[in-house]
Design a protein around this ligand. Structure first.
Ligand SMILES: Cc1cc2nc3c(=O)[nH]c(=O)nc-3n(C[C@H](O)[C@H](O)[C@H](O)COP(=O)(O)O)c2cc1C
Length: 322
């Protein structure tokens, strides 16, 4: 499958996760064969104002390509300007957020608010499309009510405006992340448009991914929460879909991933900041393993790489002994 001119290998796509899918996280996921990785959502206004912190969110390396960078905003001129900046940064695909239901975002007319304003959305999409040559995608929710009509309207409109693919997370804005995703809507969107459709929502296992592909006909599956601390979800899904044996994930692999994530994070943001982040993040990789609580508690005051490695290795030794 291609999104516009960009070939997308495999069947899996990493969902954008604010505060999580930074470069070190994406590298772990890419190593597990994910076909397309996505940045965290980036404020178009932040890019417009040249905020260095915002601009840094676009940083990338060749090993993770293809990369999709997601922006959020509503103003057509600002979105077009931000889109140009994303394209100039070397991103392969620009994605626009039509799904964020956080109040702070929705009250500016951005994110999920776009789903109930088709006319404004069309103006914005046309301005962005005219501003860039790289492929353009959108990520939508069901809309404001459970009928799914909002999603169908926006998906059709997007196709008319030259959008190259649409990712569907079939929960309403009001649902947040509660309840379950209504996969039947992914199928309805797939039937309504001829651009690729990426299905998203509640994939936790390779079996879930197979079921979504089969029951909805979607072109790719997008995984978010199940990838947090568990990048192997991608190699496991890719193997299952290709009919290969699904690889096991050993404690030693988890320990190695923690060390890699630590070092990549230090390289990206410096030792001090990375170690503060690792206090909560290394624990992600221990989910479901023995002594995970004890390991998490040992991370509370991390302040150096040496200390973090000692905790990681100590946990590895504890796992081997148990
Ligand atoms: C912590 C967190 C952050 C998220 N950030 C974004 C984001 O920046 N942009 C976006 O389009 N969706 C975002 N989402 C939604 C996810 O991309 C995805 O649609 C949702 O989690 C459902 O997929 P899942 O069941 O595989 O997690 C976020 C979700 C979570 C839990």
């Amino acid at each position: 499958m291609r999104i516009g001119s960009v070939p997308i290998p495999g069947v899996t796509v990493l969902a954008p996760l604010a505060g999580i899918t930074n470069l070190p996280f994406r590298l772990l996921v890419k190593e597990q064969g994910c076909g397309l990785v996505c940045s965290e959502m980036i404020s178009a206004n932040g890019l417009h104002h040249g905020s260095p912190k915002t601009v840094r969110l676009m940083e990338s390396v060749p090993e993770e390509k293809p990369l999709s960078v997601q922006i959020f905003g509503a103003d057509p001129d600002i979105m077009a300007e931000a889109a140009r900046m994303v394209a100039a940064s070397g991103a392969d695909i620009l994605d626009i957020n039509f799904g964020c239901s956080v109040r702070k975002v929705v009250k500016t007319g951005a994110g999920a608010a776009l789903m109930r304003r088709p006319e404004e959305s069309e103006r914005m999409l046309r301005a962005v499309r005219a501003a860039i040559d790289i492929p353009l995608t959108i990520k939508i929710r069901s809309g404001w009510d459970a009928s799914g009509e909002g999603a169908l309207t926006i998906a059709r409109l997007a196709e008319e405006c030259g959008v190259d693919a649409v990712a569907v997370h079939p929960r309403t804005a009001a649902q947040g992340f509660g309840g379950s995703a209504d996969w039947t809507l992914i199928r309805r969107v797939k039937e309504a448009v001829s651009i690729p459709v990426i299905g998203n929502g509640d994939i936790e296992t390779p079996e879930d991914a197979l079921r979504m592909l089969e029951t909805t006909g979607c072109d790719r599956v997008m995984v978010g929460r199940a990838a947090i601390g568990y990048p192997w979800i991608f190699s496991r899904i890719e193997a299952a879909v290709a009919g290969r044996p699904v690889p096991e994930v050993t404690p030693a692999m988890r320990i190695a991933a923690m060390a890699r994530y630590l070092d990549d994070s230090i390289r990206a943001i410096g030792e001090d900041h990375a170690c503060r982040m690792m206090r909560s993040r290394l624990g992600w990789f221990a989910k479901g393993l023995p002594h995970a609580g004890r390991f998490r508690a040992s991370l509370h005051h991390l302040s150096s790489r040496a200390e973090a490695l000692e905790r990681i290795e100590g946990y590895g030794a504890l796992l081997s002994a148990s």
